[in-house]
Write a protein that binds this ligand. Structure first.
Ligand code: ZN
Length: 242
């Protein structure tokens, strides 16, 4: 079984299409939230992801803010103004779709959240300390998180309970042998100084995690960002991936 793992699409349809094409035929798609915010294509991204076959998606902090469930004051100026513009752009049906997303999804092999297991919407699992605090909050072999936009893994050592933080080179096939928290990175706004869209392929039978990057036409997205009046910063950062 081949499961495409995507997160933090952030209304970037060009990056999303590049990922869907690069991933090829998959059996399921698991999406870790933040379909919208920052980017120019919120309706298109919601409609594209929600109509994929066998898709499971959880709610991100930007999704919650757009629906009015999360407070815009928690965001910095440029992120906050993107939330307000996104609300204007979106159809009621698509806002309702975001509203209906669960904060946490427990599947057979994996628990899906946007932020962290104990605080699904807002906490960042960014270092070993945050990962350690979150391991008691899931029972499945792996947990999948997004939110930091940084592809990495936190592995709990069976023997001593220590956390190993790992990053992978693209195309590397990582065999999952211990309880692990994995982050596929961001499709629509990578922040590791690699502008290519980030995603992963999980195989629940083989218990393998393949992490990938794919280039996309970010200049086309930059033009659309400026056209709809989103802050220029959200266009500039796509060139370098920050
Ligand atoms: Zn995000």
């Amino acid at each position: 079984m081949k499961v495409l793992i995507i997160s933090d699409v952030h209304a970037n349809l060009t990056a999303l299409e590049a990922v869907l094409q690069a991933a090829g035929t998959v059996d399921a798609v698991w999406c870790l939230g933040d379909l919208v915010g920052y980017g120019p294509d919120p309706n298109e991204c919601v409609e594209r992801v929600s109509s994929l076959p066998n898709v499971h998606c959880v709610k991100g902090n930007h999704d919650a803010a757009v629906t009015g469930e999360g407070d815009v004051e928690y965001f910095n100026d440029e992120a906050g103004s993107a939330i307000l513009i996104t609300r204007e752009l979106m159809t009621q049906a698509n806002i309702q779709y975001l509203k209906g997303l669960p904060e946490i999804l427990t599947l057979e092999t994996a628990t899906l959240v946007h932020g962290s297991l104990r605080h699904p919407i807002w906490e960042y699992v960014i270092d070993s300390q945050a990962a350690l605090a979150n391991f008691p909050f899931f029972e499945t072999p792996i947990a999948l998180v997004g939110h930091t936009h940084l592809p990495m893994a936190f592995i709990m050592d069976d023997k001593n309970g220590r956390i190993h933080r790992r990053t992978f080179k693209p195309n590397f096939i990582f065999p999952i042998t211990m309880k692990t928290i994995l982050n596929p990175g961001s499709v629509g706004q990578p922040r590791d100084y690699d502008p290519r869209a980030s995603y992963a392929i999980f195989n629940p039978e083989a218990m393998t995690w393949e992490y990938h990057r794919v280039a996309y036409d970010f200049q086309a997205v930059q033009k659309r960002i400026l056209k709809v009046g989103l802050p220029e910063k959200h266009a500039i950062r796509l060139s370098e991936g920050w």
